[in-house]
Design a protein around this ligand. Sequence first.
Ligand SMILES: *Cc1c(COP(=O)(O)O)cnc(C)c1O
Length: 396
Amino acid sequence: MTNPNGRFGAHGGQYIPETLMNAVIELEEAYNHLKDDPEFKAELHAYLNDYANRPSRLYFAQRLTEELGGAKIYLKREDLNHTGAHKINNALGQALLAKRMDKTRLIAETGAGQHGVATATVAALLGMECHVYMGVEDMERQALNVYRMRLMGAEVHGVDSGTGTLKDAVSECMREWTKRIDDTHYLLGSCMGPHPFPTIVRDFQAFIGQEIADQCLELEGRLPDYVVACVGGGSNAIGSFHRFIDHPEVKLIGCEAAGRGIDTFQTAATLNTGSLGIFHGMKSYFCQDKYGQIAPVYSISAGLDYPGIGPEHAWLHDIGRAEYVAVTDEAAVDAFERLSRTEGIIPAIESAHALAHVLELAPKLPRETIVVVTLSGRGDKDCAAMARYRGEQINE
Ligand SMILES: *Cc1c(COP(=O)(O)O)cnc(C)c1O
């Protein structure tokens, strides 16, 4: 789906300083060499299965389906993976790749801390040194994840440039990588950044969609009619979609965070409000001001408030193969509570954005329609914030 320069239509590419070119070329060569290597694949699969708990289940949400009275709703349970989200798939894949490239150090950016925790986890597992860059603002808001990373042996570095949030942590990581590429791999957390990252991350998340297809064929004898997933940078969504891109009968829907609404400035809905630009090494759509400066973004969900979107999604949007809808904080919190009550499953607030759209969509569809929604993570981490949203203070 990518051309050799890492383009997805007009998007993607490698907009990086010359000093990083060697690093991305080395990475691309290693990846192309290893991706079909049976030994590498076997090693990755062993870790995915034995350590991360794959394959994740495709669960029929019977009570929710009955309540809504329309399409059959299945949940792809990435929340049941070790560390509680899909991020471990990519972290394992890239860390094993880095090992094969004789790298001994991993660096990573993190916003809410989820990707930092996944990276610290695989670093501990594989005995690698780990440095995580995190905005100082985020470090304060996500103190528990900072503790988790340190507990597993990672060093967490505060980034105080810009707004002290995720986009600044990504920029800092790219700078750090430039300084030390010999022994260091930049374990990027979503399907974004310069080529080959969007392709590598997609491939390591594509197990999600492959499993959805296999499991749906087994349970229902056919592919689903809809696959719905939330979109931050876009990795759980592209991982869910990839298997189905050449099956136009399967509708693909990505759910962005509208925050307080796409007609306000407090939003993170890149495709619904952004415009074409170049940032973090790629051409794609970004939330930006009239001068082309990256705009501050907002969502109740820390995992979805990135001001850009992966280039493959930008392309799927351009060609109309996938649809991208915006979901507000309010609708996501409703969905968070609804799934908890109806199925006894507390979803990550990120995943609740995808679920919120399904709550609206399913009642309008015939009963034989099959809708799969990717539950990208579990919601234990969000409980205190959700309580606060409803005006209740609880001790974390
Ligand atoms: C990080 C995160 C996301 C957003 O990242 P994508 O790359 O868009 O998948 C979504 N859900 C959960 C649970 C996350 O931790």
